[in-house]
Write a protein that binds this ligand. Structure first.
Ligand code: MN3
Length: 243
């Protein structure tokens, strides 16, 4: 995430904002009714930019409705629990035990969903290139090279029962691992970070691929923005990767 969007996630429900983030806040409010501290960033590319691998309608429904629902739910929780908007998302998800019982599951699901989808939009894009440099070296040493990595990742995504995510997690020393999570859980919930991840909820692929998750997993690689993933890898090693 950029530093500006990270600051935006730190807005308090009292409306106090970091000065540097104020212009973006004003822009966001001009575009849609302000309903709370959590905001949905627009996609950085057109909804049809990932066709034919992911169709525009799927992207619109996924971003504008599914991700927006997490934001709306978080803003509702924040009305009575402004503390959930007062810290970076990674800190809140890393300490869910501090969240009141009544909203803990809701925060887990909706803030996890917000974090997962923010990452997901960021690591996709048209003309995504190929992994390079330190990232490619880590893929070779930790995941057995691109071919094995992609086959193992697709297999792990295929094994997720019901709804969930398949991730590549990255440790602070840059070590990579393929891991899955159920529902909208995120590696930040156990102190890790997602380098990249693919959404294997049916809403991510059902319009185009129906029940053929394996075909979606295979095609999805055409949408990955390796430049963005490389930047996330560098940020993870620097300790600055947020969601
Ligand atoms: Mn989704």
């Amino acid at each position: 995430m950029t530093s500006i969007s990270r600051r935006r996630l730190m807005f308090t429900a009292t409306g106090l904002v970091a000065a540097a983030a104020a212009p973006r806040m004003a822009f966001a409010q001009a575009g849609a009714a302000a309903t709370g501290p959590f905001k949905l960033d627009p996609l950085a590319y057109p909804a049809n930019a990932l066709e034919p691998h992911i169709d525009a309608k799927t992207m619109e429904i996924h971003h504008d409705r599914h991700h927006q629902a997490f934001i709306t739910n978080l803003n509702n929780f924040a009305k009575d629990n402004p503390q959930i908007a007062g810290k970076p998302v990674g800190e809140v998800l890393g300490n869910l035990g501090a969240i009141p019982d009544a909203i803990r599951t809701g925060v887990r699901n909706n803030m996890g969903g917000h974090a997962n989808h923010t990452m997901f939009w960021q690591i996709m894009g048209p003309n995504g290139g190929k992994p390079e440099g330190a990232l490619l070296a880590a893929i070779d040493s930790d995941l057995g090279g691109m071919e094995k990595f992609q086959a193992d990742f697709n297999a792990a995504g295929g094994r997720v029962f019901g709804s969930g995510w398949v991730f590549v997690t990255v440790s602070k020393d840059g070590k990579l691992a393929i891991e899955t999570r159920p529902n909208q859980d995120n590696p930040m919930m156990d102190g890790k970070r997602a380098l990249l991840g693919n959404d294997v909820w049916e809403h991510a692929y059902y319009l185009n691929y129906q029940n053929r998750r394996a075909d979606y997993l295979k095609a999805w690689w055409n949408t990955v923005n390796w430049k963005a993933v490389g930047e996330r890898y560098a940020a993870a090693k620097a300790g600055t990767l947020d969601v």
